[in-house]
Design a protein around this ligand. Structure first.
Ligand code: PLP
Length: 537
């Protein structure tokens, strides 16, 4: 081929040819900024329409009702216009979405989001930086590192501290247990490296201690790490649902006398159900004495770091070897925004792997910061930008005040519920959850086993009936095998009046259930206490 022929041949593949065919209409680049803007504005209008029109946190739709609408959707046939596609999303998603910003969404650990973080989402998705290496992120690497350093500083983890953003608290807990396991093998088993040689023979004897109220990701991580569920020993809690330090000590002693090998304690700073904080100082003392890795799971409790009045509740966390942070729970951040922090950055090398094409050892030696060296993930979202922009626009103090406000609301709700004869409350909230159940005095079967079973079913019914009505969304949980209801308060818009109106719904559905299933007289139910509200507001 002559050089002209070659150019002619290559001409088939030039960008001109591609753009004539219209393939790049929807690709982000400098020639497409107007289309990009119009697309973003259409999406924005759709969000605004739904947020202003949907009064309730949920439509109440059932799975089979919604699933029917998916049957005729053919993903091989694009709809041909932005508007048509957004209209479809409106119908199959937004109309029936569960809205966390709604003040009657009281169910799980989902917060309303600070919109500076959403602005950051737009920026980080458009630019699409990936956090694995410096040559894919540059300033992004330094932004994430500064947020990590700032978090470590606030938690007083010391000068050797470091960390990494993760996909969530579960991944952070997995990293904690991985580091604990590998640290033990490295220091106690003659520098045995699990990374190189797999688990040592004695690994089946490794034991990890955690409270019976800790997050299930502890068990799941043990399974993933080749240790199995049996490696996790659950320690009982006191009446405030905090790990009993003395029980922990006994459990460790018993394990040792049975020839087992304690390696770590997974403490919880803010349990998912009760917001209870394990006795961190006592646990740190025990870990020091027995030479165990101490992890503090502050996925929920990390919000205390921002609080001026409740910061002391985290006292002792600075003694942990590692910490889990879920900014997407307590810092008003959109999913995902989480971090894993360690007291001694050297221990992060247990997850380091140098790949020649990506993060060669030579780059590390030259001082190039490649965050993939400390991460389980390779390609990774630039989530840190969301918290960055939130801190730079809104500021930490306001985040802290929001967390204080929802904790205070949980306390007032607790007072309100404690004074209500139809409601049984089982803890005084330390953070912003409230666990309780509808349990009116019913003389005929009061306190019997039958009453418990009836109330289990009644409370399960209440949660489902409220979800179906869409008027509010509340959670359910089991405590020592009994069914309870749970509020998780993270929205500063929610007021005690909202709590009171959801309480009314709970009673209504509860009474309906009892009327249908027993010979119960609704007159026995006390009227919603007007006086109570005055007292507590
Ligand atoms: C939510 C939660 C987790 C898990 O975090 P994800 O971000 O959902 O993976 C871990 N521990 C506690 C105490 C939690 O509340």
């Amino acid at each position: 081929m002559g050089s002209l022929d070659v150019l002619e041949y290559l001409g088939m593949h030039t960008s001109k040819h591609v753009s004539n065919a219209g393939e790049d209409d929807f690709i982000f680049h400098e020639g497409n900024l107007e289309k990009y803007e119009s697309g973003i504005l259409s999406a924005l209008a759709l969000i605004q329409k739904n947020i202003s029109e949907n009064v309730n946190p949920f439509s109440g739709i059932l799975p089979h009702e919604l699933a029917g609408q998916f049957e005729d959707i053919n993903l091989n046939a694009p709809l041909g216009s932005v508007d048509a596609a957004l209209k479809e999303i409106d119908a199959i998603y937004l109309k029936d979405a569960v809205y966390f910003h709604n003040k009657k969404y009281l169910a799980h650990l989902n917060c309303p989001v600070a919109f500076p973080a959403v602005m950051a989402e737009l920026i980080l998705s458009s630019i699409n930086s990936s956090m694995d290496t410096w040559d894919q992120s540059v300033g992004g690497t330094l932004i994430e590192q500064k947020i990590i350093d700032w978090s470590c500083e606030h938690l007083k983890l010391g000068v050797q501290a470091d960390g990494i953003f993760t996909s969530g608290g579960s991944q952070a807990n997995l990293m904690a247990m991985l580091l604990a396991r590998d640290y033990y093998c490295h220091t106690q088993l003659n520098q045995h490296s699990n990374k190189h040689s797999g688990l040592p023979e004695c690994a089946s004897k490794f034991r990890i201690f955690t409270s019976e109220m800790s997050h299930f990701s502890v068990q799941k991580s043990a399974a993933l790490l080749g240790l199995g569920y049996t490696a996790v020993i659950t320690v009982d809690c006191d009446h405030k649902f905090k790990m009993k330090a003395e029980s922990l000590r006994k459990a460790i002693d018993t394990a040792k006398s049975n020839g087992l090998i304690p390696i770590a304690v997974m403490a919880t700073a803010g349990t998912t159900d009760f917001g209870s904080i394990d006795p961190l100082h006592q646990i740190a003392d025990i870990c020091e004495q027995y030479g165990l890795w101490m992890h503090a799971d502050a996925a929920y409790g990390c919000g205390l770091m921002a609080s001026n009045t409740r910061r002391h509740l985290l006292s002792g966390i600075e003694r942990a070897d590692s910490i889990t942070m879920d900014y997407h729970k307590s810092f008003l951040q959109p999913v995902s925004s989480s971090a894993f922090l360690v007291k001694d950055k050297a221990n992060l090398s247990f997850v380091t792997h140098h790949a020649e094409y990506l993060n060669p050892l030579s780059a590390h030696q030259e001082g190039t910061p490649n965050l993939v060296n400390k991460s389980l993930q390779t390609t990774r979202r630039f989530d840190a930008l969301k918290l960055w922009l939130t801190l730079r626009i809104m500021g930490l103090e306001k985040i802290g005040r929001v967390f204080d406000q929802v904790c205070a609301l949980a306390r007032s709700s607790h007072v309100l519920f404690s004074l209500d004869p139809d409601i049984e409350v089982i803890h005084k909230p330390e953070l912003s959850t409230l666990v309780f159940r509808f349990n009116p005095a019913m003389p005929a079967i009061h306190n019997s086993h039958d009453n418990d079973l009836l109330m289990d079913k009644c409370n399960q019914h209440i949660r489902k009936a409220i979800f179906r009505s869409g008027e509010a969304v509340i959670a359910g949980t089991k405590v020592y095998d009994r069914s309870y209801l749970k509020f998780t308060l993270l929205n500063p818009q929610t007021s005690l009046l909202d709590i009171q109106s959801v309480l009314k719904l709970i009673k209504q559905h509860g009474i309906e259930y009892l009327q249908e299933h027993t010979a119960f007289q609704p007159a026995l139910i006390s009227a919603p206490a007007q006086k109570t509200l005055e007292v507590t507001q």
